[in-house]
Design a protein around this ligand. Structure first.
Ligand code: GLC
Length: 537
């Protein structure tokens, strides 16, 4: 594979890329402290090249007190010592580019850490100060101001406001250690422009924009209208594990998806363009409709947005068909490439979502194969290529801030460190002899990269084969998808030279004519068993 050539004719590489998400803490540990780090990632880049992905998205590794594992940034322009140094980041970028891999880093603009210099200064400076005006500080309600300024709820549970000893409240749509910035204060966009330039200068290829639909809130900070007694997270927010946002009705969301945010993305588009034609940004935007999602990816804004409707779809041919058609219709008018994702660090791993066990895994592989045939780019989450299921993490090991705020299990179960090799924990995750920051299940010895390499029928070899097969057609197959029939149990479509069939039913299905060149499982007797997908040519 040839490394990216910055002088090559403008190719929007992300339009058909497979991007591999690395959750820094849990990918590979170089120094034996039980926590993944940047040198650990660098050492495993050849594995990712050989797996056949095009790019790596790395979750936040900046200076942070780690209350939300890096999504609480105290210094956007430095590396947390837990994960290494700026020199390690440079080394990672250089090595990735040598191997032909692009690197996307996470940008967290909705909130800082409460340990960011700005927030510390705001607390010290007191009410009415310019330091407080970078965040959303307000007086409380009620005669003594002891009621929060409005009724908003944190995505992680409980009120979205915390009161300081001097009586003022500050807004945090996530944890109390993640104060929301006031994007109407010009100092805020100015600071993030510097942050973008800082990482572009170091050579990153793109940014994943955290909570891209947040940033601006309705200026009055009015109450949210919601059904009496509702205490669940605001509907437009990242879902709690197991949440279904498919069936939600349009909600009143004064805290999300305000029109002003698009001006910011237009300015970021210009900054990325100045840095070169091959820089991109992908939005994490939980919006209410496909149309509102498409606004984030207009030609002069961000390049992509995660398409969570694929991840949220039920195991049903009809549901998958609707999501494919709806997604392509939504992005077509703005000319953006669609995206697809089944797992990430915030949701229950897809084999578990599909029922767990052998059937859940078969379905997960089938959904993955179907996804990889679709036009646009696919995002895969570390460990899904090993068929890892959600782990039931014991309460004493849980670290997700939402666990502390709600008592719900939270997201730790999809963040257990990767098993690389060997027969017992830490399964080659790092040089330490002990369990890593979240203990790995003993049963993972059969799921290590080592155990699955060259093992017939393993999930890892399935991913390698599927990604290799994808390379033979994806870049040139075009972006049109033609649905074949509307069977209740079987999804079938054609894209370029490829026919894809996914059996979501309970009976074997007949295969259309063509040569099989990728399959998610065995095809005994030349028919397509339930919970299986196939590509034919
Ligand atoms: C995004 C991240 C999630 C984080 C939250 C707050 O949804 O994916 O992990 O907790 O933003 O930054």
């Amino acid at each position: 594979m040839t490394p990216p050539d910055p002088t090559a004719e403008h190719h929007q590489w992300w339009r058909d890329a497979v991007v591999y998400q690395v959750y820094v803490r849990s990918f590979a540990d170089s120094d034996g402290d039980g926590i993944g780090d940047l040198p650990g990632i660098t050492s495993r880049l050849p594995y990712l090249r050989d797996l056949g992905v095009d790019a790596v998205w790395i979750t936040p590794f900046y200076t942070s007190p780690q209350h939300d594992h890096g999504y609480d940034v105290a210094d956007y322009r430095d590396v947390d010592p837990l994960f290494g140094s700026l020199a390690d980041a440079d080394e990672l970028l250089g090595r990735a580019h040598e191997l032909g891999l692009r690197v996307i880093v996470d940008l967290v603009p909705n909130h800082t850490s409460s340990e960011h210099a700005w927030f510390r200064a705001a607390v010290a400076a007191g009410p009415g100060s310019p330091e407080r005006a970078r965040y959303l500080f307000r007086a409380g309600r009620g005669p003594d101001g002891s009621e929060p300024p409005n009724n908003w709820l944190s995505v992680f549970g409980g009120p979205a406001w915390t009161r300081l000893p001097d009586g003022e409240w500050y807004l945090h749509l996530f944890d109390a250690t993640q104060p929301d910035l006031d994007w109407r204060n010009p100092e805020v966009p100015a600071m993030f422009e510097e942050v973008l330039r800082f990482w572009l200068d170091r050579g990153v290829d793109g940014f994943r924009i955290d909570v891209a639909h947040g940033l601006f809130k309705e200026e009055t900070l009015r109450d949210q209208v919601r059904p009496a007694g509702e205490t669940a997270p605001a509907p437009g927010s990242a879902p709690a594990p197991g949440d279904s946002m498919v069936a939600r009705t349009l909600a009143d969301e004064p805290m999300w998806d305000q029109p002003e945010v698009h001006e910011i993305y237009r300015s970021w588009h210009r900054i990325l363009d100045e840095a070169g034609p091959d820089k991109m940004a992908v939005a994490e935007a939980w919006t209410q409709t496909p149309e509102s999602m498409a606004r984030f990816v207009r030609p002069d804004e961000l390049d992509q947005a995660f398409n969570f409707s694929w991840l949220l779809a039920d195991w049903s041919a009809e549901a998958f068909r609707d999501v494919i058609t709806g997604t392509l219709e939504a992005v077509a008018p703005v000319g953006a490439a669609p995206t697809w994702v089944l797992s990430n660090h915030d949701v229950v791993r897809h084999p578990t979502r599909y029922g767990g066990g052998a059937q859940g895994l078969a379905r997960a592989r089938a959904a993955t194969l179907t996804m990889l045939a679709l036009p646009g780019s696919s995002y895969v989450y570390q460990g899904e290529e090993l068929g890892l299921a959600q782990v039931d993490v014991a309460p004493e090991h849980r670290q997700d801030p939402s666990w502390f705020r709600t008592g719900e299990p939270g997201r730790d179960g999809c963040r257990v460190p990767i098993p690389w090799s060997g027969a017992e924990p830490p399964f080659g995750f790092g040089p330490g002899p002990d369990q890593p920051w979240i203990p790995q299940p003993a049963g993972w010895s059969a799921l290590t990269v080592e155990a699955q390499t060259r093992a017939e029928g393993s999930t890892l070899e399935f991913y390698r084969a599927a990604l290799a097969a994808r390379r033979t057609f994806a870049a040139t197959a075009g972006e049109d998808v033609e649905m074949i029939g509307d069977d209740e149990a079987v999804l079938a479509f054609r894209r370029g030279p490829v026919t894809v069939v996914l059996n979501c039913g309970t009976a074997p299905a007949a295969l259309p004519p063509g040569d099989v060149f990728a399959a998610s499982g065995d095809l005994p007797g030349g028919v397509l068993p339930p919970d299986t997908a196939v590509w034919l040519r």
